[in-house]
Structures are given as C-alpha cells and as structure tokens.
Design a protein around this ligand. Sequence first.
Ligand code: PDD
Length: 285
Amino acid sequence: MSIVYLNGEYLPMEEARISPMDRGFLFGEGIYEVIPSYDGKLVGFGPHIERMEQGMALISIQSGYGEADWRTLCETLIEQNGSGNLGIYLHVSRGADSRRYHAYPENIAPTVFAFAFEIPPAPVADKDKVKAYKVASTQDLRWKRCNIKSTALLGNVMHFQEGHAAGHNEIILYNAQGEMTEGSACNAYIVKDGVVITPPLDNQILPGITRLILLDILRKDGSIPVEERIVTMDEVRNADEVWLTSSSKEIAPVIELDGVPVADGKVGDVWVKAQALYTAGKYNY
Ligand code: PDD
C-alpha cells in the first residue's frame, strides 16, 4: 500500500516530497477526491472527476489533466497497490510559490498527488453484519462554502474529533436554525414513515457522490420515496431510521444519537432495502 503518485511520477510514499511553500501546505488551498474501488472496480469515477473539476474551476486551478489521465492514474495506483478495497485519494493544490501572499499567483504548476488506502469492505445488506454507528450532534461551525471539496478540512477535523474523543463514530451537524446539515465527513438522512429524506444541496453541505448515486438508484427503482428538503433536528430525534453516506462507507445505519437510541435502537428495514439496491446498482456509475 505504498506506491503513490506525485507530479507525473509513481514512487514509494517515503520518497514523495513537496515544497513547504506549496499553497496546499500554507493555506490548505486545494481540491481533493476520494473514489472507492472494490476488486479493481471504481464506483462513481465520472461524477467524482466532474466534482473535482468543478471545485478546481471555482478556485481557478488548472490541473491540465483530462478524464483519461485521471483514469490511468487511478488504475495504475490500483495495480501497484493490490486491488482489494481501496480508496483512491486525488489531490490538486495550487502549487509552490516563492513567497507567502494571499492572492492567487500566476504561472505556477499545481501539485498533483494521489495515493491508495485501504477502506472497509462494502457493507452487505444484512442487519447482523453491518457496522451500526453511534453518533453525537453539535452545531455546524464550519465555513459557508461546504459545497467545495476543499483540502482545508480543519473545521471538519475539529468536529470529527469532538465526536471521536467522546467515543462516537461520527458527529451530525446542524445549523443555527436547528436544521441538520451533514456529518463531519459524510452526508446525512432520515427515514420517516418509509420516506428517505435528506437536506437539499446548497452551500451548507458537500454534494456527495454516494448521495448522488443513492438518490438516483432509489428514484429509478421507485419503491422507496425520496425527498430533498430541510430536516430539523427534532425530526432527526424522532426519525424511524438515520443514515450516513460516504464513499468509504456507502450507507451506514445510525442506531444511537447523543446517547439515545434511534427509534428502537436497531438497524432498520428501509436501510436493508436501500443498501441492497445500492450494492446492485453502484457499478453503473
Ligand atoms: N468524505 N460530506 C463531507 C463533509 C465529506 O467529507 C464527505 C466525504 C461526504 C460524502 O461525499 P462522498 O459520498 O462523495 O464520499 C459528505 C470523504 C470520503 C473524506 O473526506 O474522506
């Protein structure tokens, strides 16, 4: 698990070096992706690359890489690192300047870094086998551009740590109006009376690719209704089921929130159905 990619070269992780003047290091100025891959098969490659390109366009970084370059890069990392359950991390930062000055410098080469890391096996739709999450909640104190998949993750890291230090698997965030936004590293959902409900896409949440794939699969299947709308924390506390999604966990059922069981404290039936549909359909994206 140790061959990484840096600016055109594949090399052992210990040998990868960047300048301390890289603006990714100084300012956290970069865009990243995590693409899951199981047995050599990538999930959501196209949408992941599209989101990364959109993020780079928003901050005027041109990587010079096209979709085919990204695909070759991902496939080479999978080949070089053994094709188990992998997350492929892609990262483009502005690059190294000769001084520290806030304005975007012109004509510097971006730093392109990528590596593969092990992720858990994809969940199977089985209540007894899935990892059920116990989470906390707290007010979302991150910035107002959470739609950008920025490498500057201090806000997310501090929130995750808050939950982690107290023994929780994740932390669900809510805004000043008491409306759920997302998790510190995942999107969030409730199920009420058989309907899957998740907050709409705006600047308060990341447009998750697992979210995009899941909602598309559910809508095409049609047996589980889906709503994208504001979800209050009162609704979360009274939900029949709570889920989290991200590329490395797919759909994670939450059975406890702030020390209180979600409904009966067991993994729900709608999760089983949704995870089965996700498992069946995910490679089509
Ligand atoms: N996290 N929201 C936030 C804040 C995230 O960091 C993530 C992903 C998601 C889910 O996005 P996706 O379904 O595209 O993975 C939502 C990644 C995996 C991470 O930072 O490691």
